[in-house]
Design a protein around this ligand. Structure first.
Ligand SMILES: NC(=O)c1ccc[n+]([C@@H]2O[C@H](COP(=O)([O-])OP(=O)(O)OC[C@H]3O[C@@H](n4cnc5c(N)ncnc54)[C@H](OP(=O)(O)O)[C@@H]3O)[C@@H](O)[C@H]2O)c1
Length: 344
């Protein structure tokens, strides 16, 4: 795919859509001739800035994908299920942030630091962007897996309010203000419970086996991205009163024992990762420090007390950026580089 591109964002007014616009504003991989912003009738007509211009948001409707090369979907799974095929039929490659197609065998699930070659295998013209917590996890697992194999993973997440969208982020702010003012927090709408001075071990719906759908996503998507069908991934996903950036406490059992210092070197040399690990100077990754940042940060690397050949560490990543928008734009870069002979 060569030449300037017409790129569409579906869900352009949401948390991921706004971040996609921000990443594209400075992206140098894709030459953009036109950016088409699409949302529901609620925000059609709104004008938003892009590269010194003002773009009008259009309603998702028949004909909206005409001439689009890359369609970045960041609305709901239902919207993707209804509109991804019409976008492909109109000639676009769809990169989808929802969970609609992630586990479909004929849709690649791609994190460019792990499995970039799979971008090319897209018989339906759709590439899925993984779950945000999963992206942050696999960027850290990938170098360990390449070196000695990862055999088992136990992960607890500390997920920011904005992971549930703009409305949830606003709900965290308003309920916190209410409690600070001495009032009861208002009844939550975007989240299942009030998050002000609180946290809760539930993200997405519960399954029959008492795990949540978010915990299932971390298991099945990690297996698919790393190409290890039997990998055990035990996740507990928790919503915490942080505005932005997810944190994860991870313990892995490896194929061979590894010293923490060797792991730090692997992490430091891996694409998309930085190491912040100086506990003696109180330096370890924190969500505030990595909000708006591209890399995933890893620290607190130590020998596991639970697993043979085990390591425990702490990972932080901005779930709106690497966990969603940046990963999708990196995939778009790979698509645009096809046929140009230029590795992206
Ligand atoms: N938030 C995250 O950290 C994150 C990370 C990874 C993946 N994701 C996934 O990305 C997607 C978007 O999440 P978000 O957090 O950005 O949600 P959000 O803040 O609630 O934004 C939703 C967007 O979808 C649009 N939309 C809703 N219904 C629509 C319809 N019927 N037709 C067209 N547009 C419609 C909204 O437009 P209006 O302004 O018109 O309502 C808005 O632009 C979801 O599938 C989510 O699971 C989110």
């Amino acid at each position: 795919m060569t030449g300037g591109k017409t790129v569409a964002i579906v869900g352009a007014t949401g948390a991921v859509g706004i971040e996609l616009r921000d990443v594209l504003e400075s992206a140098n991989g894709i030459e953009i001739d036109e950016l088409r912003l699409i949302a529901s009738a609620r925000s059609a007509g709104t004008r938003v800035p892009f590269r010194g211009d003002e773009l009008e948001v259009r309603e998702l409707a028949d004909g909206v994908f005409g001439g689009v090369d890359i369609a970045l979907f960041a609305a709901s799974g239902d919207v993707s299920r209804a509109w991804a095929s019409p976008a492909v039929e109109a000639g676009a490659v769809v990169i989808d942030n929802s969970s609609a197609f992630r586990l479909d065998a004929d849709v690649p699930l791609v994190v460019p630091e792990c499995n970039p070659e799979q971008v090319a295998e897209r018989p339906r013209g759709i590439i899925a962007n993984p779950n945000c917590s999963t992206i942050i996890l696999v960027v850290a697992l990938a170098p360990l897996h390449r070196a000695v194999g990862v055999e088992r993973v136990v992960v607890s997440t500390y997920q920011a309010a904005s992971g549930a969208g703009l409305a949830a982020m606003e709900e965290l702010r308003s309920s916190t203000r209410a409690v600070l003012g001495g009032a009861e927090p208002p009844a939550p709408e975007a989240l299942p419970h009030s998050l002000a001075f609180n946290l809760f071990p539930r993200i997405d719906v519960f399954r029959d086996d008492d795990y949540t759908r978010e915990e299932d996503k971390m298991l099945y998507e990690t297996r698919k991205i790393l190409g290890v069908p039997g990998l055990a991934v035990e996740a507990t996903c928790v919503r915490v009163p942080v505005e932005r950036s997810h944190s994860e406490a991870v313990t892995v059992e490896l194929g061979a024992a590894m010293e923490p210092e060797a792991a730090r070197r692997l992490f430091a040399d891996a694409p998309g990762l930085v190491v912040v690990d100086e506990p003696e100077h109180s330096r370890y990754p924190q969500p505030r420090d990595f909000s708006g940042a591209d890399p995933v940060a890893v620290g607190r690397v130590r020998v596991s007390r639970a697993f043979e050949r085990g390591l425990t560490f702490w990972v932080v990543g901005d779930q709106l950026r690497k966990g969603a928008a940046l990963n999708a734009v990196q995939i778009a870069d790979l698509v645009c580089a096809e046929g140009s002979g230029t590795p992206s």
